[in-house]
Design a protein around this ligand. Structure first.
Ligand code: KIV
Length: 277
């Protein structure tokens, strides 16, 4: 059985780390669920970059998130699945945000939604939570607004920014978020934030003292070569294996070595003879 929000609270209280990874399709979600080592799956809007070939997460639409969210839910029916609210789906009115969050819950069948932002999104978080939508917050480096932050870079280095991030995490917890992602902030700051709020923090480039960790699946498997952030550890290096396998396939198709007889079907034998009689 999958984990629940109550389990994540207990894990924080007991000092057990929460393991989260992104997933975007049914076959990967099935693999992640079956190895049972992953506590939460995130259908991140990072899919815009690793699956759809955009340069940022900004162009990702509600339809994209619904499409991939449904696939992940089909592949991992028992996992706790969080789906990102894409840029533009919660910045307009609270009513729009609520309608979009409810679509993700009802149509993609997710357990929670995630949205980016600090004190400015607290009213939206409160509205969603009051309506029964569990919300994961996301502060620090917020990729949907990376342009405003000066690019994909460390956040909260200066004292003023560090204080602001601490206040944001506390405000979001108060607004009812059940967890908060801390992306690309100093480890010491993430530790202070984690100690100062009752909800679990999930770090990405935020040090080891967060209550859990998340990485983009394609990054940690070594499948995305375009841009590798400093905080990514490659636990596998699949890109060279994929290229090598595809190269061998191409060679064997061109030389006629593939498919050998063992990969085909005999049927009734000699069809040239059978069909000419
Ligand atoms: O979209 C995403 O994958 C994310 C994670 C990097 C936290 O938001």
């Amino acid at each position: 059985m999958g984990k629940t929000i109550a389990d994540f609270k207990t894990m924080k209280a007991e000092g057990k780390k929460i393991v989260m990874l992104t997933a975007y399709d049914a076959s990967m979600a099935r693999l992640l669920q079956s190895c049972a080592e992953v506590d939460m799956l995130l259908v991140g809007d990072s899919l815009g970059m690793v699956m759809l070939g955009y340069d940022s997460t900004v162009p990702v639409t509600m339809e994209d998130m619904l499409h991939h969210g449904k696939a992940v839910r089909r592949g991992a029916p028992d996992s706790f699945v969080v789906v990102d609210m894409p840029f533009g789906s919660y910045q307009g009115s609270e009513v729009d945000a609520l309608n979009n969050a409810i679509r993700l819950m009802k149509e993609a069948g997710c357990d929670a939604v995630k949205l980016e932002g600090g004190l400015g999104v607290c009213p939206v978080v409160r509205r969603l939570v009051n309506a029964g939508v569990p919300v994961m917050a996301h502060i620090g480096l917020t990729p949907q607004t990376a342009g405003q932050l000066g690019g994909y870079k460390l956040q909260g280095k200066g004292l003023e920014d560090a204080r602001r991030l601490l206040a944001e995490a506390q405000g979001l917890a108060e607004a009812g978020a059940f967890s908060v992602v801390l992306e690309c902030i100093p480890a010491g700051l993430a530790e202070v934030i984690s100690e100062s709020i009752a909800i679990p923090t999930i770090g990405i480039g935020a040090g080891a003292q967060c209550d859990g960790q998340v990485l983009v699946l394609h990054d940690m498997l070594g499948m995305f070569e375009k841009f590798i952030p400093k905080f990514v550890k490659k636990f596998c290096d699949l890109a060279p294996s994929i290229k090598e396998g595809v190269g061998r396939y191409a060679d064997e198709v061109r030389s006629g070595q593939f498919p050998a007889a063992e990969y085909g079907f005999v049927g009734q034998g000699d069809y040239r003879k059978l069909l000419s009689s």
